[in-house]
Ligand binder design. Structure first.
Ligand code: 4AZ
Length: 425
């Protein structure tokens, strides 16, 4: 039942997304005053001919080294393919704005999308190649309770205006009202939105495609100055009856604090340690090991997990784990962090599922990180599988005496007791 509703709402979602509401600006907004939001960031694809054509998302400068944006903006992108413009107003003329390359992208550990298209933990951090020290960063909410239903808040961006021109060169702003999560869930017809989200809209007014990653803010929430409370995330189209949905920044305060306080200049320096026995590689067994093996033999069909610790050096910027992969299908990566703060460690769990054969199986685990000196770690893991005992049809077996007597001979997996833990087939 839940799945049916999910699929239905996914269909409704797609239909609404393709409708054009005929409103003007961000949708229903107006030109921002030049210089009103210098901390506003444009995310731009470097491959594009100019910032206007390359702009694909927004962001907020929350620290001289850090931009807060949406995970869905950058989760399939490489840092070297993006540049940011801080303090831009007119994307067709970025004179006076600050351009920066991106040193690393960090995506929230638990960012995901469900079957109806709802995004959760749509939060990401961009580390700038060099600090922006000429622009004051914007304040961000310290608690989710900083907003209440009915509050008037503001969204800004260079996204779709649903009018002409569809994509503005001038930064747009729109004022919208916070909607309670209960109301937003009922307007969407599902129950998926929670304290990780903020909902906001007003009649004919909304953020839209291209505004994602940009801020939702209380214009005077930080002692008369802007306070970022949301990250533009998704919606059922734009300026429809369903409100726009934003990541609830106050909910992520401690994570955001961890990033903005980890601005060491030092590059990350990763090391990996595994449990189990070292695999001998060369003459000096202990020193020249390049991985571990799982002790014992694992019976066909059974699984065994092993854990590796990935550590980042003390004084470094966060280590971003871009991917962890296994070269052999009998080993799967069950758990891997997406970032490791300086001085911290995190677990990588690899699971071995034994095939129905007596075999020794090796897999190369490859970890890709943003460690600039040694970005790729690779080590071997090995396990032995043990064939489950199957009695071949042609083989006649007589059970001597009563149950519990040891069965002589060697069938399949070796000597065994008749009432031992054997899977008879
Ligand atoms: C988008 O696609 C998008 N109406 C952003 C915000 C909203 C809808 C779509 C909210 O980036």
């Amino acid at each position: 039942m839940k799945i049916v509703i999910g699929l239905l709402s996914a269909v409704v979602f797609l239909c609404l997304s393709s409708q054009v509401s005929g409103q003007s600006k961000i949708v229903g907004g107006e030109d921002a005053a030049n210089g009103a939001y210098p901390w506003m960031v444009a995310l731009v694809k470097k491959a594009a001919p100019d910032p206007f054509q390359g702009q694909f998302c927004g962001g907020s400068l929350i620290h001289e080294n850090w931009v807060l944006t949406a995970a869905h903006c950058v989760d399939s992108m490489k840092a070297e393919d993006i540049e940011v413009w801080v303090g831009a107003h007119d994307l067709s003329n970025t004179t006076g704005a600050e351009r920066r390359d991106i040193r690393a992208i960090y995506i929230h550990e638990n960012y995901f999308s469900d079957f109806s298209g709802v995004l959760y933990n749509d939060v990401a951090f961009l580390l700038l190649e060099s600090p922006v020290d000429t622009i004051t960063p914007v304040a961000y909410a310290k608690t989710p309770a900083d907003v209440n239903a009915g509050d008037l808040v503001r969204a800004i961006g260079w996204g779709d205006t649903k009018s002409n021109p569809q994509f503005p060169t001038i930064l747009q702003q729109v004022d919208v009202n916070i909607r309670s999560i209960a109301e937003a869930n009922s307007l969407y017809g599902f129950d998926s939105l929670d304290s990780r989200h903020i909902a906001a809209n007003a009649s004919g007014k909304d953020s839209c495609q291209g505004d994602s990653g940009g801020p939702l803010f209380d214009a005077d929430g930080d002692e008369g100055k802007p306070l970022v409370i949301g990250i533009t995330s998704f919606g059922a189209g734009c300026a429809e009856t369903e409100p726009g949905i934003y990541a609830n920044v106050g909910n992520y305060k401690s994570l955001i604090d961890s990033f903005v306080t980890s601005s060491a200049i030092d590059d990350p320096d990763a090391s990996i340690r595994g449990k189990g026995q070292p695999i001998a590689n060369g003459s000096n067994r202990a020193k020249r090991s390049n991985g571990t093996f799982l002790p014992g033999r694992i019976r066909g069909g059974k699984s065994k997990a092993t854990t590796f610790a990935i550590r980042n050096s003390d004084t470094s910027i966060p280590l971003s784990i871009e991917s962890v992969s296994s070269s052999n299908k009998h080993f799967t990566v069950k758990r891997a962090p997406s970032y490791v703060f300086g001085g911290d460690r995190a677990a990588i769990t690899v699971k071995f599922r034994a095939p129905q054969k007596n075999r020794k199986i090796k897999s190369r685990i490859t970890v890709r990180t943003n460690d600039p000196v040694k970005p790729v770690f690779s080590f071997v893991i090995q396990a032995k599988s043990k064939r489950n005992i199957r009695l071949s049809k042609s083989r006649k077996i007589r059970f001597p005496g009563q149950g519990g007597t040891n069965f002589p001979g060697n069938v399949g997996g070796g000597n065994f007791g008749i009432d031992g833990s054997i899977n008879w087939r």
